[in-house]
Design a protein around this ligand. Structure first.
Ligand code: NAD
Length: 374
């Protein structure tokens, strides 16, 4: 067979380079902002979540960038700064943090410390004149949450809580399906989050101590069941009942490892929820309606989410490409700052969950249903 002349790579056969330029294609993702126009984030705490999820995903955003790091470990802080091309001027210790006030590269302080430090660091960041993104759970008590909101108001700065699942396209699509009536009127939520608390891991050691974690599995992962039920149903719970699981007997653990609770919603929906540090990985949220069900399993994993919708017509799985919940969450904070508006998950959202979690603990202690006033 004679060779195909169009496959001949000799220079004389190459097309005229003048003819190869094309107009910009229709882009699914708009071009990102150049580095000098992005909103700068300082990470406080360089632990597992900060280094494995947040720092790398800042690079996938459209509007945000890593601008500074704050750590109690100078070697680690320098190594992270070098890896991300940050100058030494943008490396802070917990002691020198307040100088961030004079660092124009930093717009937002992202608090990724053990829960008991969230309030104090949020207040410190506001005092330095910065906006704050704070990890969940927002703080130990409702009073702490109110103080954080008030500190933001007094400083004229924005406060957002890092509820990444509320930016996740899978969870957002589940909300859409439910609101569109695909499964009829929602009646029941079943939401469970569990994992083994591994005390050989540094990240789990503080989680075992109330003085650092502020609560147990409920504050750490049960909050996903709680927050998920609230956003999927789109209502606020009015009453909770709860039961603590038997303690594990581990001396190092002074928080609850397992808890089960119910939440009643104004429309009559009931949510049966659990969180546990003694079961293998489990991140499932299911909403059953009068005409079908929506299942997210896993609902709140970092990388894998599966969404199923089941009706009389059968069961379908919905797949969404490029669903980077971290980048979307970080971009929401960046845009809220740039557009001078409230972010989608503000301090008030974090406070609502803390109020319900406190009611859940009260219900577990007393054995009685606890009402939550609007
Ligand atoms: P981690 O233990 O890996 O990191 C905590 C960081 O805080 C470490 O760098 C540690 O050195 C520092 N730290 C400062 N003082 C400390 C002290 N006295 N004791 C212990 N550590 C101290 O924990 P993590 O998993 O990164 O969690 C940090 C925060 O992020 C928590 O609020 C957690 O709820 C939140 N988080 C959120 C998600 C999410 O998906 N939204 C996931 C993981 C963690």
């Amino acid at each position: 067979m004679a060779p195909d002349p169009s496959l001949d790579p000799s220079p004389s056969n190459l097309p005229d380079p003048e003819l190869t330029g094309r107009p910009t294609p229709e882009l699914e993702r708009p071009l990102p902002d150049p580095p000098d126009r992005r909103v700068g984030f300082a990470l406080v705490g360089l632990g597992a979540y900060a280094l494995e999820q947040i720092a790398p995903n800042l690079a996938s955003t459209q509007h945000a960038r890593l601008a500074a790091v704050v750590s109690g470990n100078p070697d680690k802080a320098r190594a992270v700064a070098d890896a991300y091309g940050l100058g030494r001027a943008h490396v802070y210790s917990y002691d020198t943090f307040d100088r961030v006030a004079d660092d124009p590269a930093v717009d937002v302080v992202y608090v990724i410390l053990p829960n008991a430090f969230h309030r104090a660091w949020t207040e410190r960041a506001f005092a330095a004149g910065k906006h704050v993104l704070c990890e969940k759970p927002m703080a130990a008590t409702v009073e702490d949450c109110r103080a954080m909101i008030q500190a933001g108001r007094a400083a004229g700065k924005r406060l957002m809580i890092g509820y990444r699942a509320q930016y996740d396209p899978y969870n957002l699509r589940a909300i859409e399906e439910i609101r569109a009536g695909t499964i009829g009127a929602p009646r029941l939520v079943v939401a469970d989050h569990g994992r083994i608390l591994d005390l050989s891991e540094l990240r789990d050691q503080w989680r075992a101590r109330k003085e650092l974690a502020s609560g147990g599995s409920l504050y750490d992962i049960g909050i996903y069941s709680l927050n998920g039920a609230r956003y999927l149903i789109g209502e606020e719970p009015t009453e909770v009942t709860a039961r603590l699981r038997e303690p594990s007997g581990r001396d190092e653990v002074n928080v609850e490892e397992g808890i089960e609770w119910t939440m009643a919603f104004p429309s009559g929906v009931v949510a049966n929820c659990s969180s546990s540090y003694r079961v293998s990985d489990n991140k499932r949220i299911h909403v059953q309606g009068a005409e079908g069900g929506v299942t997210l399993d896993p609902a709140t994993d970092y990388y894998v989410r599966n969404l199923f919708v089941e009706t009389d017509a059968g069961r379908r799985q919905i797949t969404i490409p490029r669903a980077n919940q971290f980048a979307r969450m970080l971009d929401e904070m960046a845009l809220a700052v740039r557009e001078d508006r409230e972010p989608k998950t503000p301090g008030a959202e974090g406070l609502r969950d803390v109020r319900v979690m406190q009611a859940i603990y009260r219900a577990a202690e007393t054995g009685a249903a606890v009402r939550i006033d609007a």
